[in-house]
Design a protein around this ligand. Structure first.
Ligand code: HEC
Length: 193
């Protein structure tokens, strides 16, 4: 009796695993980023993000002092690494080709900023990135100090001093025109005859 019950459970588990495999292998679940989230994907990603933020985001104050020099350093880092997806001071009007192709859409922070979020929450998102979205983890590229400097700027971006505001207005997210292609290098291995 018990034996056939356990056997039944094993068969059921194998049948479910085989169906999941078939659904994936037959391409029933769209693999393209242009097909948007699956049912429950958005809900599941929010739920796990909120849980991670509640337990892991640092609650300590930002170790980077609120000075113009630090805000401008944050703006420069933002221009180098973030504007490509999150836009410039022009907000929604500056949505880049990369941002247009992402799902979920990266918020254009010039319009839809995160000034209301605690700096530790913003720091956590920069440090770890956000699963199921195009938000990368920056820990391999930026130092702790740089990530806190970015969090400082994002917290205060709606009330910048004139000097910082000027730096912010100067941030662009359009790639520079390609440099003219250099002359082909002279071949050193095969001397011309
Ligand atoms: C390749 C595109 C991409 C790049 C580059 C990128 N992000 Fe993101 N970021 C995203 C996406 C997409 C989201 C939205 C994630 C979501 O829906 O939860 C996001 C979300 C965020 C959020 C949370 C916004 C909110 O409303 O809660 C912050 C803060 C953030 N990014 C900061 C940064 C910073 C700082 C950088 C540069 C160091 C950066 N991101 C670079 C794609 C990017």
């Amino acid at each position: 009796m018990i034996k056939s019950f356990i056997l039944g459970i094993i068969v059921a588990i194998l049948a479910i695993a085989a169906s999941i495999y078939l659904v994936l292998a037959k391409g029933v679940i769209p693999a393209g980023a242009d097909s948007g989230p699956l049912p429950l994907e958005h809900w599941a990603s929010r739920l796990s993000l909120h849980a991670a933020l509640a337990s892991e985001a640092p609650k300590t104050p930002n170790p980077v002092a609120l000075t113009d020099a630090n805000l401008i350093a944050g703006i420069q880092l933002y221009g180098q690494h973030c504007a490509i997806c999150h836009g410039t001071a022009a907000g929604d009007a500056s949505t880049s080709p990369v941002a247009k192709g992402e799902y979920p859409k990266p918020p254009q922070l010039g319009t839809d900023g995160v000034e209301d979020d605690p700096e530790g929450v913003t720091y956590w998102k920069i440090d770890h990135g956000i699963r199921w979205t195009g938000m990368p983890s920056w820990k391999a590229t930026l130092s702790d100090q740089q990530m806190w400097t970015l969090a400082l700027f994002l917290k205060h971006m709606d009330k910048l001093s004139p000097a910082a505001e000027q730096a912010w207005q100067a941030v662009t997210n359009t790639p520079p025109a390609p440099a003219p292609s250099p002359a082909p290098p002279a071949s050193s291995s095969s001397p011309s005859s």
